[in-house]
Design a binder for this molecule. Structure first.
Ligand SMILES: C[S@@+](CC[C@H](N)C(=O)[O-])C[C@H]1O[C@@H](n2cnc3c(N)ncnc32)[C@H](O)[C@@H]1O
Ligand SMILES: *[C@@H]1O[C@H](CO)[C@@H](O)[C@H](O)[C@H]1NC(C)=O
Length: 230
């Protein structure tokens, strides 16, 4: 006989406490307690978070929360208005946060070259590249996985922004610091709060505004002078 096999010997205990069927284990009836509700809340919160993290905002881990703008595609009317405000222009054209690429593709169609988009969401980048390929523009337009707050815009002549109003003030500072004087900025849905547009098109949520950097700078300068004279 091997030692340690006999019932009753040290180490052998019938029915470990905490196993099913023992007092202490709740069974199906106890699942609806506070802990169950908490678990359900945590699970649905986790599902929401996963949707946000995986589908809407992947690739945004390094962007400060206050600068994150979720995807909302522009309508055909908004696209038409934005591009109309760039008619007859030339030079490098960028869409800051290009989504599925609709504005960049239209810009290329209109002869604005090179046309490119910056986007962090890999699903949208994939979709934009697919749409470019389908339109036969593959290789002539580009969609780059770059944070729009970190790209140098000093060689851009046309800039399209369909972004939330909350990021307009920091964006205005960046554009003022980097864009050349002959650049035009087209903003969709929301205007820049402190800039006077050169022109605008459309009504309500379809409205787009065009700003010429030379004018915007002149205005900013004269405002600063007025302030210093007070
Ligand atoms: C309101 S959507 C507009 C999409 C597209 N321009 C359109 O009009 O259909 C804003 C887009 O900007 C992207 N975005 C937000 N913050 C960004 C950042 N820091 N760098 C690059 N893309 C960004 C989002 O992923 C989203 O697709
Ligand atoms: C952007 O690039 C231009 C030209 O290369 C350079 O003069 C400027 O300092 C750069 N700006 C920033 C903010 O890096």
């Amino acid at each position: 006989m091997e030692p340690g096999w006999e019932p009753g010997e040290p180490g052998w205990e019938p029915g470990e406490p905490g196993e099913p069927g023992e007092p202490g284990w709740g069974g199906p009836g106890a699942a609806l307690g506070g802990r169950g509700l908490l678990a359900a809340a945590v699970a649905s919160g986790a599902a929401l978070w996963a949707t946000w993290a995986v589908l809407l905002m992947p690739g945004f881990r390094r962007v400060p929360l206050r600068l994150q703008v979720p995807y909302q595609p522009s309508s055909p009317r908004q696209v038409a208005n934005a591009l109309e405000l760039l008619r007859g222009r030339a030079g490098k054209t960028v869409d800051l946060g290009s989504g599925d690429g609709r504005l960049v593709l239209e810009a290329h169609k209109q002869g604005l070259r090179p046309a490119l988009g910056y986007e962090l969401n890999p699903w949208l980048l994939c979709l934009a590249n697919y749409r470019a390929w389908k339109a036969g523009y593959h290789g002539s337009v580009s969609f780059l996985k770059k944070d729009l707050w970190k790209v140098n815009l000093s060689d851009c002549h046309n800039v399209i922004v369909f972004l939330a109003p909350s990021v307009k003030p920091p964006l205005a500072t960046k554009l003022l610091a980097e864009l050349p004087d002959d650049a035009r900025v087209v903003s969709g849905r929301f205007p820049f709060p402190c800039w006077t547009p050169s022109s605008s098109l459309g009504q309500g949520l379809e409205q787009c505004w065009a700003y010429d950097m030379k004018e915007v700078r002149r205005e900013a300068k004269s405002r600063a002078q007025e302030k210093s004279q007070l």
